[in-house]
Design a protein around this ligand. Structure first.
Ligand code: CU
Length: 300
């Protein structure tokens, strides 16, 4: 009894410590994902981040609809399995094999038609939304050519004819490291077209708060348009494993009033960042040049 009294508090303390550690770990994990505005989703968004673009509502309802359909099908299937196992379980006096059935045409038709119907429904909703999300037929208010490179981002503001060269984030955990991450400025409530290209390998342009991402493929041009509707600073990252420092391929997006955007463009121009960066910086071209030079040298 005495021993019990002695050991209980220690065990309780140990458990408390475990919970505190778990709490601290999950807090660290969660704050790592959250954006500056804390857009963390809840039940109303199906735990997606709260959207900050015009497309957000459409994407969120596609997501929630897909989950409702998946959960309903899951509940039905698991329910049938449990019911089947319970209702047809081996009874006390069952000593023989049950009647063996096969080639039940109605059931075979049912389990062929129902999955096809499910795929058609999911496909139809996805196609309907994708047609809108990937529509680039409207004239954008501004165009930003985002160039992915190992392991950072270049931004070409096409209409304003200025650019920004990003350098890789060195995340030390020290204050000030965040400021070294390239930042894209976008005017609020204006339609922007992202023209996505890559200098070396495949990257993926992802602003989690926009709920959209798209691959950046060397030698190809991908594009999509969004209209940010909420001011703030949002995080961007590469979503395609692209080498050793993929995790530090980060950027920020600042959605600001038009005047602030124009001030930023003026700052870039004042810093001598006029004109657009071109494809000469692409590694493929550099490699081609090197190869050509070597061939020429070899011939001499
Ligand atoms: Cu990348």
């Amino acid at each position: 009894m005495r021993q019990h009294v002695l050991t209980t508090p220690r065990r309780a303390r140990g458990r408390l410590g475990t919970w505190a550690l778990l709490g601290a770990l999950s807090a660290a994990a969660l704050t790592g994902c959250a954006t500056a505005e804390d857009l963390r989703g809840d039940a109303s968004t199906g735990w997606l981040p709260h959207a900050v673009t015009e497309n957000g509502e459409r994407i969120t309802s596609l997501w929630i609809g897909a989950w409702i359909a998946a959960l309903a099908v899951g509940a039905l299937v698991i329910g049938l399995i449990v019911w089947c196992a319970a209702a047809y379980r081996r009874k006390k006096d069952d000593n023989e094999l049950p009647v063996q059935l096969r080639y039940n045409i109605p059931i075979e038709i049912l389990y062929t038609v129902v999955p096809i119907f499910m795929v058609v429904v999911l496909f139809a909703y996805t196609a309907r939304d994708e047609a809108v999300l990937l529509d680039t037929s409207k004239e954008p208010d501004l165009t930003v050519n985002v160039v992915g490179k190992q392991w950072s981002w270049d931004f070409n503001y096409v209409e304003d004819d200025v650019h920004e060269v990003g350098t890789q984030a060195i995340l030390t955990g020290e204050p000030g490291a965040e400021e070294t991450i390239p930042t894209m400025y976008l005017p609020v409530n204006e339609r922007v077209e992202f023209v996505l290209t890559a200098r070396d390998v495949i990257h993926s342009f992802w602003v989690p708060a926009f709920l959209q991402k798209m691959d950046m493929i060397p030698g190809r041009v991908n594009r999509f348009q969004v209209t940010p509707t909420q001011e703030g600073t949002f995080r961007g990252k590469c979503a395609e494993l692209c080498g050793a420092y993929h995790s530090q391929m980060l950027f920020n997006v600042k959605v600001v009033p038009r005047a602030e955007y124009e001030a930023h463009v003026a700052d870039l121009r004042a810093a001598g960042q006029s004109g657009l960066l071109n494809n000469d910086l692409n590694r493929e071209d550099l490699m081609d040049d090197q190869l050509r030079n070597e061939t020429v040298d070899g011939g001499n």
